[in-house]
Every structure is written in C-alpha cells, then in structure tokens.
Design a protein around this ligand. Sequence first.
Ligand SMILES: [Zn+2]
Ligand SMILES: [Zn+2]
Length: 265
Amino acid sequence: MLREILIPKGWPKVTQMFVGIALENWIRYALFAGIAWLLAYLLFKKRWWLRKIIQRDPTSSDVRREVKYSLLTALIYGLVGSATIVLARHGGSQFYGRIESHGWAWFIGSIGIAIIVHDTWFYWTHRLMHHRRLFRLFHRVHHESTNPSPWAAYSFAPLEATVQAGIFPLLVFTLPMHPLAFFAFMIWQITFNVIGHTGYEYHPRWLLNSWLGKVINTPTHHVQHHEKMRGNYGLYFNVWDRLMGTNHRDYPSRFEEVTTRSRHP
Ligand SMILES: [Zn+2]
Ligand SMILES: [Zn+2]
C-alpha cells in the first residue's frame, strides 16, 4: 500500500521495484533503530545504563555517519534485490507463491534454515572482509563505529553492503521459501542486528555458563568485536566462532564484567 502511495505509477516497472525494495529496507531500518534509540538512549537510559557495554554515549558524528551509510546500504539492497528478481523471472527461483503447496511446517522450517544459512554466510564473508587486502575497501566503514549505536546496523561501505545483500539471491536460488517467510526472516535479522549494535547487554549473568550461551550470541559479543577489531565474527550464533576458535579470549570476562556491575559497589 505504502509503495502505491510513494512510488509514481508512471515509472518503469524495474525502477518501481528498485525504489520499492530500497524504501522497504530503509523504513524497516529506521523504524527498528529508531525504537531502539528511543528506548535505550532516551526513555530508559538511566535505568539501563549499568548494562551499557561501553560506558559512554556514541558521538553525534558517529550517529550521522551510521545513518548516512545505512541510507546508501538501503539503495544497494534495492539494486541487488531488483536485479535478483529480474534474474529470477528468467528461471531458477526457488521461491513459491502458495503457502499450501509446501505446508505450514515447511513455511516455519524455511525461516529457521534461512537464519542458519545467513549466519554461515555472514561469518565467512565477515572473516574474509577482515583480510588485510579487503578490509579497507569492504569493512573499514563499519568499524569506524568503535562504540556502535542502533543506527550502525546497516552502516556498511557500498562493497560490504553488496556482500551483505548477497544473502537475498543465495536464498532465492537455493531455498524454497514463501515471500512472507522471507519477510519474517528480514524482521528477525533487523531485530537481532539492531539489538546487537544498540550496545546494551540484556542477557542474564548465567547465560555464558549455560548451553544456550554457547549457542547464541550476545550484544557484548558483537560490541567487543567493534572494540577490539579481532575475534567474535559471528552473527546470530556462537557456533562458528567456537568451531573455528575465533571467540575473543576476553569474551567471557567482558560479559561477566558487564552483567555484574552494581550501583553500590
Ligand atoms: Zn568486523
Ligand atoms: Zn557491527
């Protein structure tokens, strides 16, 4: 509906698609990062501050840069998204139109598989972008945020944004998925991404001593990646970092420090 209001009907179909996908990504980013900013940096800042992983505010120039690059990222998502759809129309797309054709169990399962595929795609491309020959061109912009805010969620250089957008064609051409399941996956990814960059640890202290803490990642894990530049390359899960021995050695102690602070030492 919003597309019909915002995009003139007279535009060529492919332009409408590009602008539509870019707008959708930008609105989703602005909405989720905006809510996180409102809650963590305005409404509940005082109450939650002890759990702020890095005990200072992101600077306004950090936030401006993060928003600027995220806008650019939304445009690139529009480009890669519309190019993928045009290509898929020539054949090869695994996406399907009727939920009943694969059933609800697959509908839910495909979201889970997409999350695992994305986690793997992210870990390996992220590690690759830390290679000294690639870092400056692909990944330096994201690491300019050493104390990230929720607005850093899409703060990528254009080349990195293209790599990140690669998950879309990867899923379209390999995984039978309903567009609504893909939409649910996109809500999951932006939620996790924004929370990871908001900079507050919300998990309980016991988490890392439990099996769950060995499986899922925490905001501390990713903020420490921004602080240290090395180690902690994973996205949703801690599995690849554990398998490859790339968790930062101070991750457990940093998590412990953040989750045991008190107002009255
Ligand atoms: Zn990195
Ligand atoms: Zn990051």
